[in-house]
Design a protein. Structure first.
Length: 411
């Protein structure tokens, strides 16, 4: 298995520099006279090689390629990892590798509002390899830790199965998709580790600008790089990050053995996107906070969820634990699912589309998917706020809400 080894040095940025700086500086080629300032894209499936390969030697592109390195180093620097990140062909490929860290038949605890396909994968593994899945409200720290310890649960999850045996893995998303629940990550990590469970955090929503789970003691961070990190809705890509050499080796082996590798152009595009991460996130979360405040008093709106709002259930915790409230909004128009659908039909600037984290603003009614959790309200619109001018975004949203209200409410 020596071809799975990766002996690159630990990534280093500019110690003490702020994340916005690191996003620009990390993963650059060495400063040499006449050298490029950006890493090249290398298109080669194989490398010149004879005899027994040395440690870390490039051999065949499924095992590793120099085109992944700069992005992997940059993400590691941003997540404050001691080892290079691992890039995968999609967020789900990274998530599948992380799930494979636990044995068949093990028990895992997941947020009931985790990314829908992460829940679907857990369900698939429960059927195929006997993985036992307990779902919890990730904001309810006591219920989460009771489930992790195997005390059973009063959480609405399948607590009966939780009796007696501690979980091998606690899966955390915070804020959650699409309900924006905020987890008390330090408390969850401490409690899960005390019970002997591994902690994996899907940090897609927060980004390493707002939350660095490895600094809070989490074992592994996974990302859908497709979203904020790449940021332009033009690539599908994933990543896993850890400071633990044994876990990293296993995550890397999963990538090689299952073949879930990233193409060189996609990784190059993701690194290009990452350069503007701080600017994009700063602008989009400012826009989101402005819109949240206006939506909260709009007559056609029954409820708005955004952690920036003082009234939001996640506000206090997000203020304490996150460097930024993010740019996803949950909005429930008055008039139920029909009104929500009418809003989606009436927008002209906002894009009706799934996915999130791009420069463009988009929205969708989540329960249009029959597989979405039934604890997500039927009429909930998830808004991914982009970097457009906030007044243009507001004007379009307000006219769509007004039109939907006029069309679905006889008053
Ligand atoms: C999109 C998403 C994923 C899946 O990533 P892909 O790149 O689409 O495979 C996982 N987690 C979260 C929170 C996501 O938003």
């Amino acid at each position: 298995m020596s071809d799975l080894r990766d002996d690159r040095p630990s990534p280093s940025g500019h110690p003490g520099a702020a994340p916005a700086t690191l996003a620009v500086t990390a993963g650059r080629p060495p400063r040499v006279q006449g050298g490029p300032v950006n890493a090249p894209v290398v298109l080669s499936s194989t490398y010149v090689s004879t005899g027994t390969p040395g440690p870390g030697e490039l051999l065949y592109t499924r095992n590793g390629t120099e085109t992944w390195g700069p992005f992997e180093d940059a993400l590691a620097v941003l997540e404050r990892a001691a080892l290079p990140a691992l890039v995968y062909g999609s967020g789900m490929a990274a998530i599948a590798a992380a799930f494979a860290l636990v044995e068949p038949g093990a028990r895992v605890v997941l947020p009931r509002h985790a990314y829908q396909i992460s829940l679907a994968l857990a369900d698939e593994l429960s059927k195929r390899s006997g993985l036992r899945v307990t779902t919890v409200d990730i904001a309810d720290t006591d219920a989460v830790l009771a489930a992790v310890r195997g005390d059973g649960g009063s959480d609405g999850g399948d607590g009966a199965d939780a009796q007696g045996e501690p979980a091998a893995l606690l899966w955390v998303e915070s804020p959650t998709n699409p309900m924006l629940e905020v987890a008390d990550l330090p408390a969850l990590v401490a409690g899960a580790h005390a019970a002997g469970a591994l902690v994996v955090v899907d940090n897609t929503f927060a980004t390493p600008l707002a939350q660095r789970p490895l600094e809070r003691g989490a074992d592994v961070v996974v990302h859908s790089v497709t979203k904020y990190l790449a940021g332009h809705s033009d690539v599908v890509l994933g990543a896993a990050v850890t400071s633990d050499p044994v876990l990293r080796e296993r995550l890397a082996a999963h990538r090689t053995l299952h073949g879930a590798i990233a193409g060189p152009w996609e990784v190059w595009l993701a690194l290009r996107g990452l350069r503007t991460l701080a600017l994009r996130v700063e602008r989009s979360q400012h826009n989101a906070a402005v819109l949240a405040e206006r939506l909260a008093t709009h007559l056609a709106v029954a409820e708005v969820r955004h952690p920036s709002l003082a009234s939001d259930p996640g506000h206090e915790r997000a203020t304490r634990l996150l460097d930024g409230y993010g740019s996803i909004l949950g909005v429930r128009p008055r008039g139920g699912a029909a009104a929500a659908d009418a809003v989606v039909d009436a927008v002209r600037l906002w894009l009706p589309a799934t996915s999130l984290g791009g420069v463009e603003s988009s929205l969708e009614r989540r329960r249009r998917f029959p597989t979405e959790s039934v604890t997500v309200p039927e009429d909930l619109l998830r808004l991914s706020v982009g970097i457009e001018d906030v007044e243009d975004l507001w004007a379009d949203l307000a006219q769509a809400l007004d039109r939907a209200a006029a069309g679905t409410d006889p008053r």
